[in-house]
Design a protein. Structure first.
Length: 584
């Protein structure tokens, strides 16, 4: 018997090693310095030093040479290393590399493992229980049968007196059990017991007893049915789908942020160009006036001061505009998270696409219908309503009394050696049957009723939230559509303002030379230059707002992914076998 126990433990040990002690791979080491290494290496900016402020007025003018014409998205800030990227290229890089998108991409896989975890509740389980017991009890002198061989007169077995009872018992239970889809549990168990008594109490000593039992426990009311018992699997599958929608949300948000930042960068680059031209014009005006002032012709200190004040103000604004362009470039690099373009580097992202400046026609009613079919919030909420409905069914089932049927069938064998015992058992001449009901009825059943009531309220809550999302979708589409039309109108008005400012500046250039140097004319010319630059910047902002509004409309419709040729896998991920893939 001891050899069999050792052999049994060896088999069980092998099964344990196969089931839970494999050489699964361990998670990679988290090294924060290694993760930040690329940004550290890219931080090759020269030291930033701030010069002291002036304490006196600088009069000597400087004139900046500027090109006669430049494209809208042409090179600016020539001292920075630059790379020109299209919007489509930036979007694809962002979808592949953005950290927020990557973080969200893990959630569907994580929730997919929960589906397997819930389904594993119905996997069979092997068990092996071994218990050894030995007793050495004192007893009063008791007359017992001398079954060990003492013989009395006439050939009958004699009796002896014993003051102790020594018993050895080894019990092993081995089998398989499994939860059933309808709520019950099935179990097949082989039980073997070894007995040995001193003094002998039976003819067989030692002897073996074997039992083979099949047992089924099945709820008849509460916890009955596949829908109730597999509700966790269905809810986890809905949660995995919700995680997919959340991943889609992260991608849509990232793309919308990329588009907005891209067109803002286009605007910022255009503003820098406008401001550079304005500074160059101011430098020319100031240099001309200063030269005439030095020659003591027809220009006074007042005209020179006017021109210098305007020039220095324009230079200060140019510094702010250049900083804003660099900031937007860094924001684009952050949204891309592409290791090829580290944020800490001095590389400047240059937009290679021209903004759209043609009318886009659309039907608001059709756009609302498209949004109601495509917005991820509505899909998420429908899944939540489905999960809430399943929870109601489970809670309603829990209102029922607990009535379980328990039945078993088995055979027994008993012999002085193991082989004969097993053979005797397999003859099934000594059978055992049992059948019964287990009934449990909570008085008042208040807990189950409260849970059922709560699930009803939660489902009503999720439906009401769905109604709110429907209205929100309609509002988002209408606001986005209105922003498109408003931005288009703003382009027209800002363009007319630019035309008017350009004509006003041309008219000022036709003033006679003796009047052009008058202080009020000088100030009028400077103000007109500022108004023209403001109108040009307003037109650039209107065009940028128009392109951003188009992107917002696609996002409001739930079609921004298709609009940017981004495809997502909608099915649940097929997870590899952890035993074969070394996931754990």
């Amino acid at each position: 018997m001891i050899k069999r126990i050792v052999l049994g433990f060896g088999i069980v040990g092998g099964l344990i090693a196969a089931a839970g002690c494999n050489n699964y791979s361990t998670p990679e080491l988290f090294d924060p310095r290694l993760i930040a290494q690329s940004e550290r290496a890219a931080a090759n900016n020269p030291p930033w030093s701030l010069p002291p402020l002036s304490t006196t007025r600088k009069l000597e003018p400087t004139v900046t040479t500027r090109p006669t014409s430049r494209p809208t998205t042409g090179p600016v800030m020539e001292h920075d290393p630059r790379v020109a990227l299209t919007l489509q290229e930036i979007i694809h890089r962002a979808v592949m590399n953005n950290h927020d998108v990557k973080v969200a991409s893990y959630s569907p896989a994580v929730d997919g493992t929960r589906i397997i975890e819930a389904a594993a509740n119905f996997d069979p389980t092997f068990f092996d229980n071994v218990t050894g017991t030995q007793k050495n009890d004192m007893a009063p002198l008791t007359e017992v049968n001398n079954l060990s061989g003492g013989v009395a007169a006439a050939g009958t077995q004699g009796t002896i007196l014993s003051d102790q009872n020594i018993s050895t018992q080894v019990l092993e239970q081995i089998g398989v059990k499994q939860n059933l889809g309808w709520g019950g549990q099935a179990q097949i168990q082989y039980e073997e017991t070894y007995f040995h008594y001193v003094p002998m109490q039976s003819y067989y000593n030692p002897y073996y007893s074997s039992d083979l039992t099949v047992q089924i426990t099945q709820p008849l009311l509460r916890n009955f049915g596949a829908d109730v018992n597999q509700a966790r699997i269905t809810i986890d599958r809905d949660n995995a789908r919700i995680s997919q929608f959340e991943f889609r949300k992260a991608v849509e948000t990232n793309i919308a942020d990329v588009e907005k930042t891209y067109w803002q960068l286009v605007q910022a680059m255009r503003v820098v160009q406008i401001q550079e031209d304005l500074v160059a014009e101011g430098e020319e005006t100031y240099a001309t006036l200063y030269s005439r002032f030095k020659s003591k012709t027809d220009v006074s200190q007042l005209q020179v001061s006017q021109a210098q004040t305007s020039l220095e103000t324009r230079k200060a604004q140019l510094v702010r505009d250049q900083a804003q362009a660099r900031n937007l470039s860094d924001q684009l690099k952050q949204l891309m998270s592409d290791p090829e373009f580290p944020i800490a580097s001095t590389l400047l992202i240059m937009p290679a696409d021209e903004p759209v400046a043609v009318p886009v026609n659309f039907d608001v009613n059709e756009a609302v219908g498209v949004a109601l079919e495509n917005r991820f919030e509505l899909g998420e909420q429908q899944l939540k309503i489905d999960a809430a409905t399943i929870t109601i069914d489970v809670a309603k089932n829990n209102l029922l009394p607990q009535v379980n049927f328990v039945g078993s069938f088995g055979g027994q064998g008993l012999m002085p050696n193991y082989a004969d015992t097993t053979g005797k058992m397999l003859q099934f001449n000594h059978l055992e049957y049992s059948a019964g009901l287990q009934i449990e009825i909570p008085l008042g059943n208040r807990a189950a009723r409260a849970i059922w009531r709560r699930t009803l309220l939660q489902r009503m809550q999720t439906i009401e939230q769905y109604r709110a999302y429907v209205e929100q979708v309609a509002v988002d589409v209408k606001i986005a559509a209105r922003n498109v039309t408003s931005a288009w109108s703003a382009i027209e008005h800002s363009r007319q303002a630019r035309f008017a400012a350009e004509e006003a500046l041309r008219n000022l250039k036709n003033y006679p030379a003796d009047q052009a140097s008058r202080p009020e004319i000088v100030q009028l010319k400077l103000d007109t230059q500022d108004r023209l630059a403001s109108a040009q910047q307003g037109e650039a902002q209107a065009i940028s707002d128009y392109n951003i509004a188009i992107s917002d409309l696609e996002k409001a419709k739930g079609t921004i992914l298709r609009y940017n040729n981004v495809l997502l896998e909608e099915q649940l991920p097929k997870l590899p076998d952890p035993d074969k893939a070394g996931l754990y």
